[in-house]
Design a protein around this ligand. Structure first.
Ligand SMILES: NC(=O)c1ccc[n+]([C@@H]2O[C@H](COP(=O)([O-])OP(=O)(O)OC[C@H]3O[C@@H](n4cnc5c(N)ncnc54)[C@H](OP(=O)(O)O)[C@@H]3O)[C@@H](O)[C@H]2O)c1
Length: 181
């Protein structure tokens, strides 16, 4: 079976995942319950691989703690070799197209991959490789920033699975692709 590729991301109402300078403090909307994680840990438990772009990797490094545990992590950048290069925390830096990486993950027997980072998500979408998306809208209009979505050659019809809203105004919707093209 191909590795299932999933998006789990928060964005502003106008579809930005960070300000232009990369800051995401607006994600923690006021009034959030302290023990509420919006399904993040349940989602993380379901993935055995993570694919992030260099932009998100730099952000993760700035956190000072590694959020991916023992999962296989692939960091995409044109500065890495095609065959991959070891990074700290057993991550792999790799220059690869989404289809090539998808094939590699399948060969490695990985079941479900968390695809993260704006450009990375867009490139997997463009290649028709995203199987499901969980998008959490934060009640703010940023006006500008790093966009979640970009232009695509082909339209992608999705099936709405579930929407839930949280007392602090976050609205989370889950979508699945209707079929693999
Ligand atoms: N709101 C949220 O939940 C959330 C989640 C994740 C990230 N973020 C934020 O989003 C920002 C990062 O987003 P980003 O748009 O910069 O994206 P990104 O996908 O994390 O990084 C983009 C970089 O990935 C590399 N890359 C290599 N191969 C690629 C491929 N096939 N497709 C796409 N990219 C490839 C490129 O690096 P090279 O230029 O080196 O080739 C590209 O510049 C960070 O500020 C982070 O904090 C927010």
């Amino acid at each position: 079976l191909p590795t299932r590729c999933s998006v789990f991301i928060a964005c502003s109402i106008d579809g930005y995942i960070a300000r232009k300078d990369g800051t995401i403090d607006w994600l923690t909307a006021p009034g959030a319950a302290e023990n509420e994680d919006y399904g993040y840990h349940e989602f993380m438990r379901s993935v055995d691989a993570v694919v992030i772009g260099r932009g998100s990797y730099q952000f993760v490094q700035s956190l000072g703690s590694w959020p991916y545990g023992e999962r296989r992590v692939f960091v995409l950048s044109s500065k890495y070799p095609r065959q991959g290069q070891p990074l700290p925390h057993s991550a792999t830096g790799i220059s690869s197209s989404p289809p090539e990486l998808s094939d590699l993950m399948k060969e490695l027997g990985l079941v479900r991959a968390y695809i993260d980072g704006g450009r990375t998500i867009q490139s997997f979408l463009e290649c028709g490789l995203i199987d499901d998306l969980t998008i959490t809208r934060v009640p703010i209009l940023l006006g500008s920033g790093i966009p979640l979505f970009g232009e695509m050659k082909d339209e992608l019809p999705l099936r709405h699975v579930e929407t839930r809203s949280f007392p602090n105004g976050l609205v989370q919707s889950r979508y699945e692709r209707t079929s693999r093209t």
